[in-house]
Design a protein around this ligand. Structure first.
Ligand code: PEP
Ligand code: MN
Length: 261
């Protein structure tokens, strides 16, 4: 794969790349309050779920399209970039129309080659970064296959997000990190930016710092971390979200790079 280097993605971002924001966009107020504090603490790329793939029905499934106009307002008011998940060509079309800066494919979509191919087809001619989360199951070939499908559609600002793998009896993590899988991906595609998502690995906020540090020690290129102004009352993933204040403290305590000499 011929990948465009992260430095050329025009994100004007820090090294490591930090993407932070709520699991789900819930209300205009929740979004703005969260973004305001994140921005005051130096975060320039916000994440937020618009369409949410929930495990069980009758959970909050995202605000959907109306959230896109709230995001547009926030982007112009705060000058931030915004990343959202897309799971269908319809999502891609709406997200592009609303001016989203980064799109990602979620773990439940990556497992399905039909879905990934449909999304890939809808991305032809698109020049924004596309990130592909690992599939929910620990299958490196499936992750690579999804990345290849997106790459074959002409996307060269391509990256991978490591969000851990489903398990039945891991006592600690919501999704086992199984670090050897992303590390093997990097061995095969050293030019592919690799971002760690400690929030979905941990499933609980007290572990996020240690997984983030581990990712940086392993030279990951960035972190995507969920942050919500009022995590306890979040409409999804309440146990793993950090307040923007706690996130800022956490980032300040991380050792970003070991000396290379
Ligand atoms: C998310 O990022 O909120 C999400 C649903 O993630 P995943 O696809 O990793 O489960
Ligand atoms: Mn989430």
């Amino acid at each position: 794969m011929k990948i465009n280097k992260l430095e050329n993605w025009n994100l004007q971002e820090s090294n490591p790349l930090i993407i932070a924001g709520p699991c789900s966009v819930e209300t205009p107020q929740q979004l703005e309050k969260t973004v305001e504090v994140l921005v005051n603490n130096g975060i320039r790329i916000i994440r937020g779920g618009v369409w949410k793939p929930r495990t069980r029905p009758n959970s909050f499934e995202g605000v959907g399209s109306p959230a896109l106009s709230w995001i547009r307002d926030i982007k112009s008011k705060y000058g931030v970039k915004f990343a959202i998940e897309v799971a269908s060509p319809q999502h891609v079309e709406e997200a592009l129309q609303a001016g989203m800066d980064i799109l990602w494919i979620g773990a439940r979509s990556t497992v399905n080659p039909f879905t990934v191919q449909e999304i890939a087809n809808s991305l032809k001619g698109v020049d924004i970064p596309i990130l592909v989360k690992n599939p929910v199951n620990p299958d490196l070939a499936l992750w690579i296959g999804a990345l290849e499908r997106i790459h074959h559609a002409g996307i060269d600002k391509l990256g991978a997000i490591h969000r851990g793998f489903s398990n039945f009896n891991d006592e600690i993590f919501r999704n086992s990190p199984t670090w050897q899988i992303p590390l093997e991906l990097r061995t095969r595609y050293p030019e592919l930016p690799l971002i760690n998502d400690p929030s979905h690995i941990c499933g609980r906020r007290d572990l996020i710092s240690q997984i983030s540090q581990m990712a940086l020690d392993l030279n990951f290129d960035g972190l995507m971390i969920e942050s919500h102004i009022d995590p306890e009352n979040a409409w999804s993933d309440a146990a793993q979200q950090l307040t923007p204040y706690a996130l800022s403290e956490l980032l300040n305590t991380l050792e970003t790079r070991f000396p290379t000499t």
